[in-house]
Design a protein around this ligand. Structure first.
Ligand code: DAK
Length: 257
């Protein structure tokens, strides 16, 4: 694997999955997502693992889906690529997953953290759904999970302006479990994972399933709507303009077409 590093036994029954594309701030390209899916699938089937941590590096958990890879895509390309099957497989992981977040968790990066079961944040963490700034909208659960986590008004503000919130704000709004100093975020996640790994794995699995049922009932309808609208945006000029402007390092000129 090129973009994922898996470390087992960082503590008894605890594995760490590290996103490893540091120069691109761990932007989630198709290969990285495929490798992430495959590693989680393997860890889910591995009896020596009972709790999983997903992390990035100090600068970024993940700065979103890879805009350079997405920029030329049409709605049809996006439909055919069917990246959602990868995200759906990740969501089906039965073992508990903790996101250990330092630095940027933006767009798909924030959505990946929210797909995990808990989030431990470094005090340097920054969360946001900035897709609106490149002419699209969250496409991997952001409108649904963020709204469930922090409520409609605050989710509206974040999704419609694309602005970021810092770790303290994320904690106050209920997005993350807790915030710790930067040098401790992974250690704290390992501590929490170890506490969970010491419990009955079957009870943990079934409890996770039950909690997710509350958190995610009606989610599928919401996800369906979000996906349809997300694809639709790849038929707009603003999507092309927004992504090209990012790559060309200039402000976008949106026309609403
Ligand atoms: N994609 C590609 N490259 C990225 C990137 C991204 N999302 N974020 C950063 N990079 C690259 C930069 O282009 C730069 O590359 P070089 O220019 O050095 O080649 C390098 O990483 C370092 O970034 P910066 O130079 O920009 O670093 P700064 O510290 O100045 O700024 C930043 C950091 C995070 C504020 C900035 O990089 C930024 O605004 N990044 C974009 C954030 C963003 O808009 N994220 C949302 C992307 S859209 C889907 C699932 C999910 C999604 C879509 C579909 N399906 C299942 C269908 C999700 C969509 C998104 O996430």
């Amino acid at each position: 694997m090129d973009f994922i590093i898996v470390e087992k036994d960082v503590a008894p029954f605890v594995a760490v999955v590290r996103l490893n594309r540091p120069k691109e701030l761990n932007a989630l390209n198709l290969q990285l997502m495929g490798e992430l899916r495959d590693s989680l699938e393997a860890l889910d089937a591995d009896d020596t693992v009972r709790a999983i941590i997903i992390t990035g590096d100090r600068r970024a958990f993940a700065a979103g889906a890879d805009i350079k890879q997405m920029s030329g895509k049409t709605a049809t390309d996006m439909l055919i690529a069917d990246q959602f099957s990868t995200w759906d497989r990740i969501k089906r992981t039965k073992k508990p997953i903790i996101a250990a977040v330092s630095g940027f968790a933006l767009g798909g990066g924030c959505e990946l953290a929210m797909t995990c079961d808990m989030i431990i944040a470094s005090e340097t963490a920054k969360f946001g759904q900035p897709e609106i700034k490149i002419g699209v909208m969250p496409g991997a659960g952001g409108t649904q999970r963020l709204t469930r986590a922090i409520g409609k008004a605050k989710a509206m503000e974040l999704v419609l302006t694309g602005k970021f919130i810092d770790a303290k704000q994320a904690e106050a709004w209920g997005l993350v479990n807790r915030v710790v100093p930067e040098e401790l975020y992974l250690e704290e996640a390992i501590k929490l994972a170890s506490e969970i790994a010491a419990q009955s794995p079957i009870a943990v699995r079934l409890a996770k399933e039950a909690i997710n049922h509350v958190a995610e009932s009606h989610l599928n309808e919401g996800l369906h709507l979000e996906r349809k609208n997300f694809y639709l945006l790849f038929a707009t000029e603003d999507q092309t303009e927004g992504m090209n402007a990012f790559i060309e390092k200039r402000p976008p000129n949106f026309t609403g077409r």
